[in-house]
Design a protein around this ligand. Structure first.
Ligand code: AP5
Ligand code: MG
Length: 232
């Protein structure tokens, strides 16, 4: 077990004060693990990728701009992201889960300032997955656009091929998953901008790194960590 896990096991967090983010490369399983956490801990999820995909469907100036950035695998500006996240946080209580935010040091500092010391992030999960596995997962990913529900044609297929289990609507591939160059750009963006955040949160003693192979093992580890640090 990594040393940082052992060190942090002594910190207790009230379940209704859990403020958590998931950091991980494209395809590492942020959305997949978020859904399980929502189910088991009743946590509201703020997924910046899903929010942006919804905005990108609007035929407005910002919708069109965001759509082209998403398709190219580029980050949306910090100012827009800060507005989106703070708007959602004001509607959420003291406990929540961020999927995909912050993604760079500027966003992390802005979030700290907004949350203030009393409400600071207290758990940062880092999903560590080898690059080769990421590419395979994303090639096999199918999503339900309306809800963001994620499937994998190999590991977690829908009951009927190409159809969402819940609504019966068609599944699609994401525009940023189809092109190998765009995927490489997303990986590089993650390395350049987001990986430095690990040190930022490790220094604060809130970072938990989880190996997340192609199985349920990653979620078992996440649950072990949370069940050790959470109190009623
Ligand atoms: P976002 O939607 O967050 O994309 P991403 O970071 O590239 O991550 P993904 O959603 O691709 O992967 P994931 O980690 O959620 O994996 P998943 O669970 O689906 O962001 C999209 C874009 O929005 C960004 O590129 C950027 O342009 C913009 N954006 C977002 N946030 C921003 C911000 N803060 N600032 C600026 N711009 C921002 O799993 C992947 C596949 O693997 C699925 O098929 C799944 O079924 C499968 N899988 C998952 N776990 C396992 C497992 N354990 N075993 C087997 N298969 C698994
Ligand atoms: Mg996702």
């Amino acid at each position: 077990m990594a040393l940082n896990l052992l060190r942090n096991y002594s910190t207790k967090i009230r379940i209704d004060h859990l403020r958590m983010t998931i950091i991980g490369a494209p395809g590492s399983g942020k959305g997949t693990q978020s859904e399980k956490l929502k189910r088991d801990y009743n946590l509201p999820i703020i997924s910046t990728g899903q929010i942006l995909r919804e905005v990108s469907e609007q035929n407005t100036k910002s919708g069109i701009e965001i759509k082209s950035k998403l398709a190219a695998g580029e980050l949306i500006s910090d100012a827009i992201m800060s507005d989106i996240v703070t708007e959602h946080l004001t509607k959420t209580g003291n406990s929540w889960l961020l999927d995909g935010y912050p993604r760079n040091t500027e966003q992390a500092k802005g979030l700290d300032k907004y949350l203030n010391v009393k409400m600071a992030l207290n758990v940062v999960l880092h999903l560590d997955v080898p690059e080769k596995v990421l590419a395979e997962r994303v090639q096999d990913r199918w999503v339900h656009p309306g809800s963001g529900r994620v499937y994998n044609s190999v590991f977690s297929p829908p009951k009927v091929k190409g159809i969402d289990d819940v609504t019966g609507e068609p599944l699609v591939r994401r525009s940023d998953d189809k092109d190998e160059e765009v995927f490489r750009n997303r990986i590089q963006t993650f390395k350049n901008n987001t990986l430095p955040l690990l040190k930022y949160y490790e220094d604060r003693g809130v970072l938990y790194t989880i190996d997340s192979p192609n199985s349920d093992e990653g979620y078992v580890k996440i649950k072990q960590i949370l069940d050790s640090i959470l109190t009623k």
